[in-house]
Write a protein that binds this ligand. Structure first.
Ligand code: GLA
Length: 365
């Protein structure tokens, strides 16, 4: 859990933004909610390496240098993340780490970096993803510092099948998100069949959050309603994606700030067993059922239609027969309601683009 500069700031990143964001994470209670990493994305470097072949932080954007910035972030009890790329250049054209992996990992370690996002632009044709991510995976380990390795190859080359082998701890599985309902819905649904590859040690990262961006920033595309941002956050939590806030924390409205701190949704995201949800129903009103740690379950209903609509599930489709003698006792997280004991089935009405997320236990009738 953390924050990444790209969605809002793109190339206009600088050390003041990073400091202000670190302050806000603490002051607004996001640190207490679990957010920890403050990550600078692309465009932090000079266009050329120095005479020793090292990357150099742009002194106009980062006059105090990266080590001092890391120290500031650490002084807040947070962790500091940076960005590079497996190819010769980053996606925005800054130096990439191809062939320089061990040197760059050493530089990041010397700057006290705790997290590296590693992109996939400008990859030489004669190389491949498994080799390049493995190289940086080893370089980070050899750097002498514990650095979380966040791979970002947008799902290419069936990344879920090999990325865990490279030492990565999380991996971007889709193209870039933008601030629209369609973007987050399509991204989430594209990963349903691949969530079984995601689990402790290496998680499927369905991209930085757009909650509260309201059509502003680097990935602007019309924006979403608050209900849609809530559906977005609920999907990310149900799918146990890393939660990297992408919005501007100095401008985050109260609804979205509270959403980002929603304890029950975050608990779903952080569930230690990390089992993939079962898709009980597909289409535009998908229904998911998920085993959680500690004998608990989640049952989630989404409505991607533009109209309010009915959804429902027969419990025998979850494997729960009437003869079992059991029913579910649920708490619905979005509307903060308790169901009492429900047996046999559930019918719900879900407003357009909204969701209902039930969490509960099996109880004898
Ligand atoms: C790629 C990544 C984005 C971002 C940009 C930076 O598009 O997928 O998340 O890091 O590069 O240029």
């Amino acid at each position: 859990m953390g924050w990444n500069s790209w969605n809002t700031f793109g190339g206009s990143i600088n050390e003041q933004v990073v400091r202000d964001t670190a302050d806000a994470i603490v002051e607004k209670g996001l640190k207490d909610a679990g957010y920890e990493y403050v990550v600078i994305d692309d465009c932090w470097a000079l266009r050329k390496r120095n005479a020793e072949g090292r990357m150099v932080a742009d002194p106009e954007k980062f006059p105090s240098g990266m080590k001092a910035l890391a120290e500031y972030v650490h002084s807040k009890g947070l962790k500091f993340g940076m960005y590079s790329c497996a190819g010769t250049r980053t996606c925005a054209g800054y130096p990439g780490s191809f062939d320089y992996e061990f040197i760059d990992a050493k530089t990041f370690a010397e700057w006290d970096v705790d997290f590296l996002k590693y992109d996939f632009c400008y990859k030489p044709a004669l190389s491949n993803g498994p080799i390049l991510y493995n190289r940086m995976g080893m370089a980070l380990k050899a750097s002498g510092r514990e650095i979380l390795f966040s791979a970002c190859n947008w799902g290419s080359d069936s990344v879920e099948k090999w990325i865990r082998s490279t030492g990565a701890h999380m991996y971007r599985s889709t193209g870039d998100i933008n601030d629209s309902f369609r973007s987050f819905k399509d991204i989430a649904m594209s990963q349903v069949d691949k969530l079984a590859y995601s689990g402790p040690g290496c998680y499927n990262d369905i991209d930085m959050l757009i909650c509260g961006m309201h059509g502003k920033g680097n990935v602007a595309n019309g924006g979403c309603s608050d209900v849609e941002y809530r559906t977005h956050f609920a999907l990310w939590c149900l799918f146990q994606s890393p939660l990297m806030i992408g919005g501007d924390l100095s401008k985050m409205d109260e609804f979205n700030m509270n959403l980002l701190k929603n304890k029950e949704l975050i608990a779903l995201d952080q569930d230690e067993e990390a089992r993939p949800p079962m898709m009980v129903r597909g289409g535009n009103r998908p229904v998911f059922f998920k085993h959680l740690a500690g004998n608990e379950y989640a049952l989630a209903f989404f409505n991607f239609d533009d109209n309010d609509g009915w959804s429902g599930v027969e419990f025998y489709d979850l494997g729960l027969t009437v003869a079992s003698g059991y029913g579910f006792k649920f708490h619905e997280i979005i509307n903060d309601e308790n169901t009492g004991l429900v047996t046999e089935n559930m019918d719900v009405v879900i407003p357009a683009h909204d969701c209902k997320i039930f969490r509960g236990t099996l109880e004898l009738r």
